[in-house]
Design a protein around this ligand. Structure first.
Ligand code: NAI
Ligand code: MG
Length: 335
C-alpha cells in the first residue's frame, strides 16, 4: 500500500518549497525502505479565498483528514483560518518543533539543540474569546488533565525512543503555575505525574525564567514540554537562536495522521523568484518520513541537508546566491 500524502502548497514560497520537499520524498522512496508515496494535490490560502470565497475548502479539509499525512507550505493573511482547522483535520494533539543550529550556518547560539513539544489543542488558543462591553474583552483558558497527560505520554515515548537531542533522558516542563495556579498548575502536575509513573526524568521551569536562561545557555535544555501559547512563543525564541526561519521544520502529530510544515510563512518579499530556502520544507519531509517509522530514511535526509549546508550551494537568506532548485538538487544528489 502506498503512503497517501495530501499536498497543500498554499501561497507565496509555499509553491516553491513544497515541490522541493516532494522531490526529496520521491528520491528517498526510490532509494530507501519506505515504498511509494501517492500524492493528492489540494489547495488552501489567500489565492483560494479570492477564487472560491473560502480559505480552506471542504475538499482540502477532507483530503487532509483522510490522508495518512499532509505536507503543507504556508498561507498568507489567511494562515490562522487554514492552519487551525488543518490541525483539527489531522487530530493533532502535539506540535513538534526542533531548533538545532547547523554546522556552517551563522547562529546566535551555535550550541542550540532543543526540541519543543507543544500542546496543540487547548490553552488560550482554544478559541473562547468574548467582547463583553465597549471596555472589556475576556478569554477563557482551557486546560484538561486528559490533554496534558496525552502530551506527557508522548514526551515520555519521545525521550525513551531516543528522539530527543543527543543524550536527552528526560524533559523540562515550562509553565507559569505560580500565577495561573489552576490551569498551568493542572498542566504542570499532570505532566510531572505521568513522567513519575513512567520513570522518566522531568524537571520544571517557569516560562519567563526559561526565556532568559535559554539564550544565555541553551545547552541546559533538550526536550521542552509546553502549553500551547508558551510553546508557540518559546520555540520562536529558539528559532531566533539558530539563525533563521528558512531552516526550521515542524510536525503536528495526531493518532493516525500528521501535518508537516515549515515554521516560516509565505515570504512575500522573495516569493515568485525561485530563491526561497527549501531546507525547512525538506526537513519537514524528514519528520514525515520519521513519523511513519522510517527513522533511518529521516536521518538520511537530515544528513544530506547538513552536508549541503556545510559546503554546498546556499540561498540568499544564508548569504549565498543559489536557487531553490539548485539547493534541492544538491540535497537529492547526496541522498
Ligand atoms: P515569513 O516567515 O513569511 O517571512 C519572514 C522573513 O523570513 C522574510 O524576510 C522572508 O523572506 C524570510 N524567509 C522566510 N522563509 C524563508 C525561506 N524559506 N527562505 C528564505 N527566506 C525566508 O513571515 P512574515 O513575513 O511574518 O509573514 C508573511 C506571511 O506569511 C503573512 O501573510 C503571514 O500571515 C504568513 N505566515 C504563514 C504561516 C503559515 O502558514 N504557517 C506562518 C507564518 C506567517
Ligand atoms: Mg508561531
Amino acid at each position: 500500500m502506498p503512503v497517501e500524502i495530501a499536498v497543500i502548497e498554499g501561497d507565496g514560497i509555499g509553491k516553491e518549497v513544497v515541490p522541493a520537499a516532494v522531490e526529496v520524498l520521491d528520491a528517498v522512496a526510490a532509494t530507501g525502505s519506505i515504498g511509494e508515496f501517492e500524492y493528492t494535490y489540494v489547495d488552501a490560502g489567500d489565492a483560494v479565498l479570492a477564487e472560491t470565497g473560502e480559505a480552506l475548502p471542504e475538499d482540502t479539509y477532507e483530503a487532509a483528514a483522510n490522508a495518512d499525512a499532509t505536507l503543507f507550505g504556508a498561507a498568507g493573511e489567511t494562515a490562522a483560518d487554514v492552519i487551525l482547522p488543518l490541525r483539527d483535520a489531522v487530530g493533532s494533539f502535539v506540535n513538534i518543533r526542533p531548533a538545532r543550529a547547523f554546522p556552517g550556518v551563522d547562529a546566535v547560539r551555535s550550541e542550540t539543540d532543543v526540541v519543543f513539544l507543544r500542546e496543540n489543542t487547548e490553552g488560550v488558543y482554544a478559541g473562547h474569546e468574548d467582547r463583553l462591553s465597549e471596555d472589556l474583552s475576556t478569554l477563557t483558558r482551557v486546560v484538561t488533565s486528559s490533554a496534558s497527560r496525552e502530551l506527557a505520554e508522548f514526551a515520555c515515548d519521545f525521550v525513551e525512543d531516543g528522539r530527543g537531542p543527543d543524550g536527552s533522558e528526560g524533559f523540562t516542563v515550562a509553565h507559569k503555575a505560580n500565577v495561573m495556579r489552576e490551569t498551568d498548575g493542572r498542566f504542570r502536575d499532570e505532566v510531572l505525574a505521568v513522567a513519575a509513573e513512567r520513570g522518566v526524568e522531568a524537571d520544571e521551569e517557569l516560562m519567563d525564567a526559561f526565556a532568559t536562561k535559554l539564550p544565555l545557555d541553551p545547552t541546559q535544555y533538550g526536550v521542552v514540554v509546553c502549553g500551547n501559547l508558551a510553546g508557540d512563543v518559546l520555540s520562536d525564541l529558539a528559532a531566533g537562536l539558530v539563525g533563521g526561519l528558512g531552516l526550521l521544520p515542524s510536525a503536528n502529530i495526531g493518532h493516525d495522521n500528521g501535518l508537516f510544515e515549515p515554521v516560516h510563512g509565505t515570504a512575500p518579499d522573495i516569493a515568485g523568484e525561485g530563491v526561497a530556502n527549501p531546507t525547512a520544507a525538506i526537513l519537514s519531509a524528514a519528520m514525515l518520513v520519521e513519523y511513519f517509522g522510517y527513522v533511518e530514511d529521516g536521518n538520511r535526509i537530515r544528513d544530506a541537508v547538513e552536508a549541503v549546508l556545510t559546503d554546498g550551494p546556499r540561498t540568499g537568506d544564508l548569504g549565498g546566491s543559489a536557487t531553490t532548485t539548485e539547493v534541492t538538487e544538491a540535497v537529492v544528489e547526496r541522498l
